[in-house]
Design a protein around this ligand. Structure first.
Ligand code: 4FV
Length: 255
């Protein structure tokens, strides 16, 4: 997969894409990340990429011409069609489901805004999809682009080794992840749950599913509402809720 990033901070984006699983995916040529600086496409002596916002008011807006020419160069840089994503708070919320769809595309381009944003006409003519990483305002789209590069990069076949398989990811099945433990089995902070030391993989799978269901019920009930539970999951969640109610009652009486 190839990802082209249009950004005023190409070094920062290349650095983000050079570490960890994503960096290794690039070394393994499972992923190629290229950067394009709109300033390199500006035509005036000052290499201007922004202008005053029409209608007055504070802040600057990114100009059409440098971005249009940068995206033209991106499109011509490789034969496959490019799906252009603009990162902004006005975009649809990024989800694992959307990440999985993007990860199957041959090429995406990530347009990173700065200042107040980008001239609307450029967005209307050049952007296929607007995505937001959250309901807050950043100083640029680069961090959102880095999130997408990481989330999409690790899903490239061969990017994760078995131990890291994406199958067990949070949200891969619409649930929050279960708790994880490592050695030592006994610590002043507590012990590793017995079942995880039992070698009984069926019991371990059920325990992890029960914990994922329980945590999702406690922390993100909105996610549970979005998915139907099979009989086993319903039974495990009921078990978790009963035990949780007992624990809460116990804690209440203890205090
Ligand atoms: C953002 C977000 C975000 C808005 C104006 C860049 C900034 C500035 N991008 N999810 N939230 N972008 O705040 O993706 O140009």
């Amino acid at each position: 997969m190839r990802i082209d990033v249009v950004t005023l901070f190409p070094d920062f984006m290349r650095q983000c894409a050079s570490v960890g699983v994503v960096g290794r995916a690039q070394q393994r040529e499972l992923l190629q990340v290229e950067t394009w600086n709109p300033r390199d496409f500006a035509t005036d002596n000052y290499r201007t990429v922004d202008g005053r916002t029409c209608g007055g008011g504070p802040g600057m807006v990114m100009l059409i011409q440098p971005l249009r020419d940068a995206l033209k160069a991106v499109r011509e840089a490789a034969p496959e069609p490019v799906h252009v994503v603009y990162l902004s708070p006005q975009g649809a919320r990024l989800t694992q489901g959307r990440v999985e769809a993007l990860a199957k595309m041959p090429r995406i381009a990530l347009l990173c805004g700065r200042y107040e944003g980008v001239d609307e006409r450029l967005l209307a003519h050049e952007v296929d999809e607007e995505l937001s990483i959250g309901d807050y305002v950043l100083s640029g789209g680069e961090l959102g682009a880095a999130v997408i590069i990481d989330a999409v990069g690790r899903l490239q076949d061969g990017a994760l080794n078995d131990a890291q398989s994406a199958q067990q990811d949070s949200f891969s099945d619409g649930l929050l992840d279960c708790p994880h433990y490592a050695k030592p089995v006994h610590d002043t902070l507590g012990d590793v749950p017995e079942v995880l030391l039992s070698g009984d993989h069926a019991a371990i799978r059920r325990w992890r599913l029960k914990q994922s269901l329980g945590r999702t019920w406690l922390r993100r009930p909105d996610l549970l509402a979005q998915r139907a539970l099979d009989a086993e999951s319903r039974a495990l969640l009921d078990e978790f809720r009963r035990e949780h109610a007992q624990q809460t009652r116990h804690d209440d009486t203890a205090h």
